[in-house]
Design a protein around this ligand. Structure first.
Ligand code: HEM
Length: 214
């Protein structure tokens, strides 16, 4: 039997909320005049947000010591892949009716489609090898392989920026967040933050007994 903490349950509920809302809106006919584009946008956005959330887990632990997040990192990455798969399905099957010649032309013509596909292939590879079995089988290579999540994220940011032809404020905001998360991953910076945090923690501990003597 699975045992989830409240935090894990909240994360799973939040990750599934866009899907529930989408199904709800489809069922009630609440989509816009261009329903396919609506679904494409919403699944793409959910995939991107969850990907960034998965990438934020380690920096949140480094800066704030938020260890709970580590338990949902894999789930967040898989949810991101799940929404990206629906996003691709809608594009290939619903929008283009499996017309691979037309899709091929789009791939050659539109750079955002090309980088979107590349990002998806990376996410697919990471999702397939995300199991404990593959982690064991690949050993040290597994960690190196899973660093490709950053490559996927950069491709997704390009995809997002190129999809938005004029107003690129949101893609820029997400890209800035991604750059910050990448900076916090640099081993030197990570080590400095960890050192500062443990120094602060030991100072707080020093104050502890003095209080308890009162
Ligand atoms: C698998 C290949 C992909 C294809 C063919 C594809 C295709 C598309 C298309 C056609 C659009 C809408 C463009 C428009 O109507 O103007 C779009 C938007 C978007 N896609 Fe993708 N995409 C792919 C992969 C991805 C992946 C892997 C992600 C994220 C993980 C993603 C995130 C987004 C986002 C965030 C938007 C914009 C949503 C918005 O403006 O609210 N896409 N994509």
């Amino acid at each position: 039997m699975f045992r989830f903490t409240r935090f894990q349950l909240a994360v799973h509920a939040a990750a599934l909320a866009p899907l529930v809302a989408l199904i709800w809106d489809i069922a009630l006919g609440n989509l816009s005049v261009n329903p396919i584009q609506d679904i494409t946008f919403r699944t793409g956005k959910a995939a991107m947000v969850l990907l960034v959330a998965a990438l934020a887990v380690t920096p949140l632990n480094t800066v704030f010591g938020f260890r709970q997040g580590l338990r949902v990192r894999r789930a967040l990455g898989l949810y991101a892949f799940f929404y990206a798969a629906i996003h691709l399905f809608v594009y290939v099957v619903v929008d283009y009716g499996l017309d691979f010649y037309l899709i091929w032309l789009e791939l050659a013509e539109k750079r955002y489609v090309l980088v979107g596909f590349a990002a998806f292939l990376v996410l697919l590879l990471l999702a397939l090898t995300s199991t404990r079995g593959w982690q064991r089988r690949l050993g040290k290579t597994w960690k190196k392989l899973h660093r490709w999540i950053y490559v996927a994220a950069v491709l997704v940011m390009l995809h997002y920026a190129w999809v938005q032809k004029s107003d690129i404020r949101q893609p820029l905001a997400f890209s800035a967040l991604l750059i910050l998360l990448l900076i916090l991953r640099i081993p030197r910076i990570r080590r400095t933050i960890t050192r500062l945090r443990s120094r602060r923690a030991s100072k707080t501990e020093d104050k502890g007994p003095a209080f308890s003597k009162i």
